[in-house]
Design a protein around this ligand. Sequence first.
Ligand SMILES: Cc1ncc(COP(=O)(O)O)c(C=O)c1O
Length: 372
Amino acid sequence: MKLFDVYPLYNITPVKGMGSWLWDSNNQKYLDLYGGHAVISIGHSHPRYVEALSNQLSNIAFYSNSVQNPLQEKLAEKLGQIAGYPDYQLFLCNSGAEANENALKLASFVTGRKKVIAFKKAFHGRTSGAVAITDNPKIVSPFNSGHDIVFVPLNDEMAVTAALDATVAAVIIEGIQGVGGIQVPHDTFLQSLEKKCKVNGTLLILDEIQSGYGRTGKFFAHQHAGIKPSLITTAKGMGNGFPIGGVLIHPDIKPWSGMLGTTFGGNYLAASAALAVLEVIEKEKLMSNATLVGNHWLAALGKLSTIKEVRGRGLMIGIDLPDDKREVRSNLLFKHFIFTGEAKPNTIRLLPSLALTRDEADLFLTALNREL
Ligand SMILES: Cc1ncc(COP(=O)(O)O)c(C=O)c1O
């Protein structure tokens, strides 16, 4: 059997990772500023993470969600404390799309409505509801296109006012748009969204799947605006590579037996991985590190006149390059051995581990300077 050929692949085979570094099958070393798409939060193969998963594996790896699993409660407690949402409830699942799908379902259950407002350039995943609220018709099949969705431009308060009324179940917005090229919602825009949702009985969903877990220097990016959404979705950095996702749910939303469910969500290995991640984020002060190293990058990148624009917060940064600099990203990879992410048309996305050091950050600045 062949693999279903949906990914354009680099001819690179990583075989080992440590901290912010990767090695391929030819023993070539790479600086990883992509984190496998914002997934590596505490660094590759962190010793505490390896220990937690290995210990758990030798005890019990899996049983179903029909028995007690104190690890899930420990995780909910710890996440509530570190994220500043101790009174919220946690539903555990396995991926970002699944987290969004469950959040949409909850908003619809609670309001009895089905219409959703999403934003231009948004990416929320590839399952049926998640892809319907993703602004990319190419990946929406006819089966997914029956949902009642309105797309409005980001940071356009008038457009939201025109679209949002008492028929809307949810407004969903990324803490910072990732796939859309690191587009940052204004703090005032998020504050007005929160107010408008309250007036209309609409639930505000913050997709923090890419922008959360300390990446912007606060636990969730929306916390820079001081708002409190009804639902917050998380995945990626949550398990540092072990698949896990979650929905943080406002205390006013009451569960009923069978309302949501999953076979694998919150399993022993996933919960152990997620607990180790939170422990390391706290112990090694990785959120402050994200702010410090991110500010260092933003200041230095802001001085490079060849760059069209730099956007972002903490260690979630987008660099728009001019059209005649299309080869920079591939030169960074194949000449300087630095992994970065991309967005269309010519944006470099930096999404490294939150443990990236200033010296490692400087290696990128030197290489980029040479390429420009
Ligand atoms: C903001 C955002 N939401 C949702 C998703 C989907 O997550 P997953 O691929 O884990 O389903 C992604 C993935 O890139 C994302 O960036």
